[in-house]
Design a protein around this ligand. Structure first.
Ligand SMILES: NC(=O)c1ccc[n+]([C@@H]2O[C@H](COP(=O)([O-])OP(=O)(O)OC[C@H]3O[C@@H](n4cnc5c(N)ncnc54)[C@H](OP(=O)(O)O)[C@@H]3O)[C@@H](O)[C@H]2O)c1
Length: 305
């Protein structure tokens, strides 16, 4: 809970998502956070003022910005599921592209520092490791939309910061979509076999570390593009074995398979490992080891029903 009076304010769209939760939990005490989300449910966390507003609705976004001027806006709302975006293109387009346009236009009007949350899915996964200036080359509709959003944001607010988090893990709000750790752990704890692919790799990112990196970007008003990722490069089956080890589950339940095993709708880039030099040098943040991130999760584990 903030202890000092707020001296600056940040609007976080998609604040109930995995990234939003990581940001809210690591927020500086002197910051007021207004967190936007879509669905009708009460949010049980004390770090932010939660408001329902649909970013697809230009008037709804405008009324949020009319009510308050924000020093900064972190725009993370939208459809983040790769397969859902592929099979529900029109809905994902409105949510991701029109939503981003609505938020960016209001930031320009208000002069708020805009941080747009993009993704590693803007790359094809064939030329890893990726630096911030690598040319984008998405292989699915989600990645295409996020690359379009980056261009749109740069056009509307040239001083905006683009943050590309890689695959994230952490404790989510139960009502929001799962992430690799909550999904794997749920299966392991129920004694179920976990099939995980051995041909997709990256350096996974703890949501709280992503939160800390974005707070540092906001504090320094850092511009340009940032790749945010963890220290360790792993395939998903190696990831699952580490989850089993840290959470004292049976590693024999982890079964490596190739991507062909899963009937996924959208193609996936095989290796989007990020170079984190800019995050280290310009933000002073050292990438967290995967085991350290999992151990922190374990420490914060609560009974989840
Ligand atoms: N998770 C990852 O591994 C990952 C990796 C790279 C990049 N990213 C990017 O990071 C951002 C955040 O991802 P996440 O995983 O934290 O998201 P998430 O857990 O899927 O949550 C999505 C958030 O967006 C809100 N939202 C969805 N549509 C909305 C709309 N039309 N208007 C207002 N709010 C809306 C949701 O609200 P409700 O709770 O009300 O539905 C929720 O707060 C996304 O831009 C995603 O592309 C994520």
């Amino acid at each position: 809970m903030p202890t000092a009076p707020a001296s600056w304010s940040v609007c976080m769209t998609g604040g109930t998502g995995l990234l939003g939760k990581g940001m809210e939990e690591t927020a500086p005490a002197d910051c007021r956070i207004v967190s936007l989300h879509l669905r009708d449910y009460p949010v049980d966390d004390p770090w932010a003022t939660h408001i329902r507003a649909d970013v697809r609705d230009a008037r709804a976004v405008e009324s949020v910005f009319r009510a308050e001027r924000f020093d900064a806006v972190v725009h993370a709302a939208g459809i983040g599921s790769v397969d859902y975006a592929e099979s529900h293109y029109a809905e994902a387009y409105t949510s991701n592209i029109e939503g981003t346009r609505n938020v960016a236009l209001q930031c320009r009007e208000a002069g708020s520092h805009l941080v747009y949350i993009s993704t590693n899915a803007v790359f094809d996964g064939r030329r890893a490791p990726y630096r911030e200036d690598a040319p984008v080359c998405p292989v699915n509709k989600y990645g295409e939309m996020k690359a379009q959003c980056e261009a749109l944001v740069r056009e509307i607010v040239p001083s905006a910061t683009i943050v590309r988090p890689i695959l994230m893990y952490g404790w989510n709000h139960l009502i929001c979509r799962q992430n690799p750790v909550t999904w794997m752990l749920g299966k392991l704890m129920r004694g179920e076999v976990v099939h995980v692919v051995n041909d997709v790799r990256e350096n996974p990112l703890y949501n709280r570390q992503c939160g800390l990196a974005i707070w540092e970007i906001l504090r320094r008003r850092a511009e340009g593009t940032f790749h945010i990722a963890g220290r360790d490069v792993v395939t998903r089956d190696q990831f699952a074995l580490l989850v089993a080890k840290v959470f004292d589950q049976d590693p024999a339940l982890v079964r490596p398979v190739s991507s062909a095993f899963f009937p996924s709708i959208a193609p996936r880039p095989p290796d989007t490992t990020f170079v984190t030099e800019r995050m280290q040098q310009d933000l002073g943040i050292e990438p967290l080891g995967l085991e350290a991130g999992l151990r922190d999760m374990k420490q914060r584990m609560q009974v989840r029903v």
